[in-house]
Design a protein around this ligand. Sequence first.
Ligand SMILES: Nc1ncnc2c1ncn2[C@@H]1O[C@H](COP(=O)(O)OP(=O)(O)OP(=O)(O)O)[C@@H](O)[C@H]1O
Length: 476
Amino acid sequence: MTEPIQGLDGKFYDLSLDPDTDDNTLSFIVKPLDPPPKESVHQETSSGTAAVSGQAGHPLMGSIHKKAFNDTAGDTHRKTFDEFGLPEALLRALALLNFRWPSRIQARTIPILLQDPPRNLLGQSQSGTGKTAAFVITMLTRLDLTNRSTQGLVLAPTRELARQIVDVIEGLGQYMGVKTQFAIPAMFVRGKEFDAHIVVGTPGTTLDCVRRGQLDLDHLKMLVIDEADNMLDLHGLGEQCIRIKSTIRHNVQILLWSATFPHRIVEFSKRYAPDCLTMTLEHHELTVTGIKQMYMDCINAEAKFGVLVQLYHVLTIGSSIIFVHRRDEATRIAERMTLEGHKISVLHSALENGGAARDKVIDDFRSGRTKVLITTNVLARGIDVSTVSMVVNYDLPMDKDKRIDFPTYLHRIGRTGRFGRIGVSISFVHDTTSWMQLMQVSEHFGVQISKVPTGDVEVSSHLIRCDIFNVYANLG
Ligand SMILES: Nc1ncnc2c1ncn2[C@@H]1O[C@H](COP(=O)(O)OP(=O)(O)OP(=O)(O)O)[C@@H](O)[C@H]1O
């Protein structure tokens, strides 16, 4: 048995994570130790229920249910989707998908985005708080689905995110007869005109399709740019997004979304989406309460791999993502982890094969066929896999000037702790520079990043479990 953990209630528990999480819960085995309670422990919170229950003397199954708290909660008066005047077919799909209440960003944006005349928006909210459904619900409500012209265009930075967005549109639009198409490499027929209500694409391929006359945007009503701070960055995809915008009418409603909007991008974004309503957050509001941030101090860069192996020996924790800086490093670590007996997937942009290889990797990970995914920043943004309960920053994210990249840190750790779940992020530091960079992260976002010792396997395991437990105990 592992070392007991003292909960905030003063009692002692043995806690281990249960990897068999379902879509709605992160579960763990909790065994009360001192003394075994006669009745179940049941803790009601103001915004949901966190329960540890079971019979005395038996291992107990505790779980954090999908519940709205913190960033995902609506405002004081909790609105319902029924109040937004949505089509009946959409309400049916929301009910089927178990979307019972809108999250805060959904409650704030959907009603105003549905008003006439349509307003542009720059919308920011923490990772995993339901921005995708916010724009998909708006789009499905606004479009005339009896007309087969392309009325909605969604641009995303990667094929994985574009595929995920189409899944959300098809899920929410399943009773509405909505047709979607991709404008991503190898996912459309060259020379054939697009005839879908909504096209979801990456900027380069979308622009290509518009220029070839395959994609007609004359009837466009709504343009959504997901991960907009990244997409409008002139060092990246900004130029292509500007060109796409120059082909559309000026009364098209433009929605820009992201969890991060650095100041330098906000001004440009406001020019891209003129007169937009702006919902932004301060640095210290950006972190998600359910994500416990930690770090491990490695003696040097070479020692990091040993620490990683040690970490995976003591924790079997649902699914996890390991972020590294370089593609060759991702492959190298994957090979070594495989030799250690782990089932590993690797995804980076050099993995092409017309996209099929990338699609298989992410599909295997999503379905739980693989539990550990090693990747680069290509998957730092947007990807929503609810079973991910740990993110490892094997290397800290750097910008092109070799400074710590705050937005990417936030997006990476945001692959866990989604929509009210709890998760852990562990960043590796290996010298004074990386340690100072992590302290800058802590200061920038106003969060505590606690140290997990690397020497003693049992102690590190215990401390991580202890921290997770306290996040759990503090919920609500
Ligand atoms: N109202 C709701 N009720 C229940 N679940 C929801 C609701 N809205 C969204 N979700 C779920 O929350 C999860 C996170 O949503 P989503 O991926 O849209 O977050 P996001 O804010 O776009 O995150 P990121 O900034 O990382 O891109 C998804 O699994 C989605 O199905």
